[in-house]
Structure formats: C-alpha cells, structure tokens
Design a binder for this molecule. Sequence first.
Ligand SMILES: [Zn+2]
Length: 119
Amino acid sequence: MTESQCSVPGCGNVRTSRLSTPQKFHVFPSNPVLCREWLEAIENSRFDPKVTTVLMTRIHGLRVCSDHFRHQDYIGGQRNYYAALKRGAVPSLFPWTEPESETVPTTSLSQQQVTVSWL
Ligand SMILES: [Zn+2]
C-alpha cells in the first residue's frame, strides 16, 4: 500500500506519494489513551472509541492529515510538511467545526475559502 487516505469523515485528502501532497499524514499515536482521544475527536463512525483493544489492531495504518491540527499543535508553532506534532496533540479542526481556534487572523473572505476547500 503506497496510498493512504485521511480517516476524518468528509475530508478526503489522500496521500499518493510522499511529496505530491501539501498535507502531512499522521499515523495514530501508539499511546492508547491518546489514540482514543484522536478517535473521539475525528468522530469516524467506523470506529468505536470505547472498544480500545479492538481498535488498536483495526486502526493500524490509519492516518489523519495535517489539515485537522492547529499551528500550535506543532513543534515550532508552524504547520508544514516537515513539522512534528507536539506530544499529546489531538486533531481539532474538522469540516464540522468553525476555524475560530486558529491564531492566524482571518477575514471573512479567507474563512470562506477555508470552508470551500473542506467541502
Ligand atoms: Zn484530513
């Protein structure tokens, strides 16, 4: 498998090769507590966060793309391909949430563009 898709419902970002997509794809954390937080956050109905032991095997290979992390979730405070997630970071930006937690000032126009790109 050289291809992987973001597991957030409604996202649809697919990693086709290492450098052809602007998003970074994060594998689920090995820490079961944090892993469960990710699962609860992404609200993917395919996975039940309560059944952690089953999940630990089923989620192998699943990824969440960098569109769902805030800049401040990354070491150095910048979201880019080479940035690493801070320990304990949980995805929090989704198609169904408002992008209000971003620290970058947004105009109504740029907010509109963000919404469109998510759809
Ligand atoms: Zn995604």
